[in-house]
Design a protein around this ligand. Structure first.
Ligand code: AMP
Length: 221
């Protein structure tokens, strides 16, 4: 069982890397933002609450996030998990370290906030299956249409200029300082997110001592 955490500024490509690593290892990719957005899409009672925070670019209060952690089977999958978008503040980080064994934390850094804003503004997401695209680096084959399911591509409701600014401020004030917390515990690696996705994936495998040709975790055994 391996538990890895991916943290990073918006637009740093941590979601792409989380997907690559989880599929290499055959383990769960838990994208906390996506779980919250699924609630909104399904119009659940919780979804109605989450929407008010997410659309403004604010954090969903810790009590909801921690409750989700305690109950969600995906997050607690015994085969292991790549956590994408959690923790985002010290309360969440302490909760994680108290209750779970975390192998490693990767912090994705970009050279400038302008790059983050440019990447987020050109991001599109499939309204049906949530696959993500980027008009700069990962265009769909047919304009506004998902390659995988044919669904309509949309911009996320929180990818507006105001919400992006708020999310970046929250990132700098609340999430980035966690680097020191995990560094002190000796489990942090900083990743230069300006490199290509392939290079970064290789670097992550190296840091985790995973053979790029062999899945680290063989589910059949
Ligand atoms: P993301 O898809 O990771 O950009 O997350 C989208 C939004 O979901 C964030 O801007 C927050 O409003 C909310 N969110 C995601 N993860 C968390 C978290 N760990 N704690 C609080 N809010 C979160």
């Amino acid at each position: 069982m391996i538990k890895v955490v991916f943290m990073g500024i918006q637009g740093s490509g941590k979601g792409t890397q989380a997907r690559l690593l989880s599929s290499h290892l055959g383990i769960e990719h838990v994208n906390v933002g996506q779980i919250l957005r699924n609630h909104i899409k399904q119009n659940t009672e919780l979804g109605k609450v989450f929407k008010t925070y997410i659309e403004k670019g604010e954090f969903v209060p810790d009590k909801y996030i921690i409750d989700m952690f305690e109950k969600d089977d995906h997050i607690n999958n015994p085969l292991g998990v790549v956590l994408d978008g959690f923790p985002r503040n010290l309360v969440q980080a302490q909760f994680l370290m108290d209750g779970f064994h975390v192998h490693h934390v990767f912090l994705f850094e970009l050279e400038s906030e302008d790059i983050a804003i440019e990447r987020i503004s050109s991001r599109r997401i499939c309204s049906a299956c949530a696959a993500d695209y980027n008009l700069l680096s990962k265009k769909p084959k047919v304009e506004d249409t998902c390659d995988l399911c044919g669904g309509k591509l949309i911009q996320r409701a929180d990818d507006t200029v105001e919400a992006i600014q708020k999310r970046l401020t929250l990132y700098h004030n609340r999430t980035a300082p966690l680097a020191a917390y995990f560094e002190e515990k000796g489990i942090l690696s900083k990743i230069n997110a300006n490199h290509s996705p392939e290079e970064i994936h290789k670097q992550i495998l190296q840091i985790l001592h995973i053979d790029p040709n062999t899945p680290f975790y063989d589910k059949k055994k």
